[in-house]
Ligand binder design. Structure first.
Ligand code: CU
Length: 279
């Protein structure tokens, strides 16, 4: 029986366990849920009691009551106090949901070089200013992820992946969320809140994955015919494995560039009927 309680509760509460912000959202939700549950029991209990205690009976005459100052003050002040308490708790916890913390001790050590960041007034950075910044691009109907490591300022040569984002554990990852066509919505529930990808606008989010694993998500805004297939997976691996993966992606890109250069030179050197202008 006891195992039913946590799983039943988990059904009614947000997914969590992947990243600190998701855990904070979950605990804030539970505080509101518990208070609401107590209010629900008290109100429904009073209603049930009243319905039974003062039910219609033969010969009973209803009492005519005009107000009860103490009761009315009581439920007005009581409700106001609950609201104030919830507001205070929410604002106290908000920072831990919105603001990215520093990476953990076991975080990616390449951050100094690979976590190059653009200046932005909107993006929140960890206190030490270091994060792994990944651009999340929504398009009909696939997510693309662009990692740091471009060859030059115009962003060319940056490693990228589709559908599956690879990240190091214990490392604060900041996300730049954009869209190339319609509104999409980035949401991996275990890693925090939901953020819209809006054309012409940058949205920012962050997460810090505790342990290696696969965290699943799905575009959360109906974006067209292929919306249901627009899945998003975050694969968290130990930092050393991430660094190796990123280096391998860069190597593949460099090889593809070299192959393209050879093919281009070959086309350029062709004469006669096979000649291609401006290949
Ligand atoms: Cu979408």
């Amino acid at each position: 029986m006891s195992h039913l309680v946590p799983s039943t509760l988990a059904f009614f509460t947000p997914e969590s366990g992947g990243s600190p912000n998701a855990d904070q959202i979950d605990s804030l939700y539970k505080i509101v849920l518990y208070i609401a549950f107590v209010v629900f029991i008290v109100v429904e209990g009073a209603l049930g009691y009243t319905l039974y205690r003062f039910r219609a009976r033969k010969g009973a005459v209803a009492a005519q009551i005009h107000g009860n100052t103490r009761l009315e003050l009581g439920w007005t002040v009581g409700a106001a106090v609950i609201l104030v308490v919830l507001a205070v708790i929410t604002f106290v916890k908000l920072a831990s949901i919105q603001d990215p913390p520093n990476s953990g001790a076991g975080g990616d050590s390449l951050l100094g070089e690979s976590g190059e960041l653009y200046a932005s007034a909107d993006r929140k950075l960890p206190p030490d200013g270091k994060s792994l910044n990944i651009e999340v691009i929504g398009r009909q109907y696939i997510w693309q992820f662009v990692y740091p490591g471009a060859n030059n300022a115009d962003g060319l040569g940056a490693p990228y992946s589709y559908e599956e984002m690879v990240v190091p554990t214990e490392t604060t990852v900041t996300l730049d969320i954009v869209s190339e066509d319609v509104v999409h919505s980035w949401w991996v529930p275990q890693l925090g809140g939901k953020f819209q990808a809006v054309p012409g606008y940058n949205n920012y989010a962050w997460f810090k994955v505790y342990k290696p694993g696969i965290y699943r998500g799905q575009c959360a805004a109906l974006c067209g015919q292929g919306h249901a297939r627009m899945i998003a997976t975050v694969k968290a691996v130990p930092p050393a494995q991430f660094d190796a993966w990123l280096a391998y992606q860069k190597k593949l890109l460099a090889e593809a560039d070299a192959d393209a250069a050879v093919a281009r030179a070959k086309l350029n050197s062709q004469t006669g009927a096979g000649r291609v202008e401006n290949p």
